[in-house]
Design a protein around this ligand. Structure first.
Ligand code: FAD
Length: 174
């Protein structure tokens, strides 16, 4: 293992190490003035079961930051393995033209065709350096039996047929 003690963390090393944490890919959505806006994010986690809470971390320079502060509610759509073009699009780095389709989940818009989606109302925020943590109380949930898009090492990935979750050992942690 390559290890390095650091006083001031070099951004390139920070990114390299954090990219070793495999995640799914979400698109955060919110509705402002009758329009829907989306942004790709992987800084998402379930926060609490009772009450049902989730956590997202949004860069202060992202337009989504001000939009969330005003709308105080958001959707989170977990992308499926065919939706990498949407992930790139909502990160402002489109490599192919896409036509995003939205649907309503409770009182927010979410992406159509995702493997899972939730609608949440902002109940707290915490400054986190150059990001803000938004804590959302989940009001609606939806899912499809489909396979997720993954993000690892700065690249999109998909589950391999031979490494599907059901073959990896104990089930039902939740
Ligand atoms: P904009 O620049 O306004 O929107 C982003 C893009 O989405 C634009 O191209 C816009 O045209 C398009 N768009 C928005 N709404 C619609 C719509 N209704 N219909 C069609 N197109 C629309 N940043 C974080 O802060 N937190 C994270 O956790 C995070 N994780 C990331 C994970 C990955 C895998 C990637 C690739 C990026 C991540 N980012 C994250 C970076 C973030 O996605 C970008 O900085 C993004 O461009 C910020 O968007 P914005 O809110 O400034 O909105």
């Amino acid at each position: 293992m390559v290890s390095e003690a650091v006083n001031a963390v070099p951004p390139a090393l920070f990114r390299k190490v954090m990219s070793r944490f495999a995640t799914g890919v979400t698109v955060i959505t919110t509705d402002v003035g009758g329009e829907v806006f989306g942004m790709t994010a992987n800084a998402f986690m379930a926060g609490s079961l009772t009450p049902p809470l989730c956590v997202i971390s949004i860069g202060r320079s992202a337009k989504m930051h001000a939009r969330l502060a005003s709308a105080k509610k958001f959707g989170v759509s977990f992308l499926n393995e065919d939706q990498a073009p949407l992930a790139q699009h909502f990160a402002g780095r489109a490599f192919a033209p896409v036509e995003p389709a939205f649907k309503r989940l409770g009182d927010v818009s979410v992406l159509a065709g995702s493997v899972g989606a939730l609608a949440a109302h902002v109940v707290a925020t915490t400054e986190c350096g150059d990001h803000t943590i938004f804590l959302g109380r989940i009001a609606h949930l939806a899912y499809e039996d489909d396979t997720p898009l993954l993000f690892y090492g700065g690249r999109y990935a998909a589950l391999d047929q031979e490494h599907r979750l059901e073959q990896l050992g104990p089930q039902s942690f939740w």
